[in-house]
Design a binder for this molecule. Sequence first.
Ligand code: MN
Ligand code: MN
Length: 290
Amino acid sequence: MGRFPDRFADADAPLEEADYAIFGVPFDGTSSYRAGAAEGPAAVREGAWNFETLLFERGIDLAEVPICDVGDVELDGDADVQQMAKRVEAKAREVVEAGKVPVVLGGEHSLTPHVVKAFEEPPDVVILDAHLDYRDAYEDEPLSHACTARRLKDQLGIDHLVMAGIRSASKDELFQAEEDGLAFISAYQIREVGLEVWLAEAVENLTGSSVYLSIDIDVLDPSHAPGVGTPEPFGLTPKAVVKTIRYLAPALVGMDLVEVCPPYDNGNTAALGARLVREALGEMWLARNL
Ligand code: MN
Ligand code: MN
């Protein structure tokens, strides 16, 4: 990248002293519309250097938060989704077993189920996404980014999964999700009901004791986040996402930020992605150190 160190800003603690371990997954092998998310981790890291260490609104100084950036998961040049899955799970397990909270930079959304597998006690999962990602397979690939929620349902059970911001699905996957009893709220309903009201109720119904948050950046409106693989109009505002992060922070044991696609970005998507990660790091820290 050049101008900035090759790590997320303020992620300068040695791993032994860190509470949070950031790693990247430069993979976009199952992209369905436009590729480029493999460049996401580098762009989000660079985007992080735009910001002051102080999170102004909350008075949290990230310089005081022990964060380590352990780099990217190593993938062969021709890595397929199976290799990505195996190596992401191994890296996540390493981080979780060392007692650190994994914070994963995508890469495409296909990585999430493999991070979640690393936890001995499976967390509940909250996904923010424009897309339902509930296909059983996409182009014959069950590990596709278009199947992420479905795989998590298989792994965890339907009562351990909540989705918000949805505004795109095939008729079949929508039918299947409703048939299975998936708890989700559309971007349209969020404007009527209020995200916090719905979220409080949905999270109340989750049965696990911890939460993993997966943010597909395309949950945001493309006017805020244009640099994505599959842009979908009528999305959420950045503030709505921050409210969700804040609400969930006390229960969070891990998170990812996926689908930033630098070839289609003007820089704002990577900056916003970095900022959401910084909000999450700060809020998790605050929740544990009140
Ligand atoms: Mn997704
Ligand atoms: Mn999506």
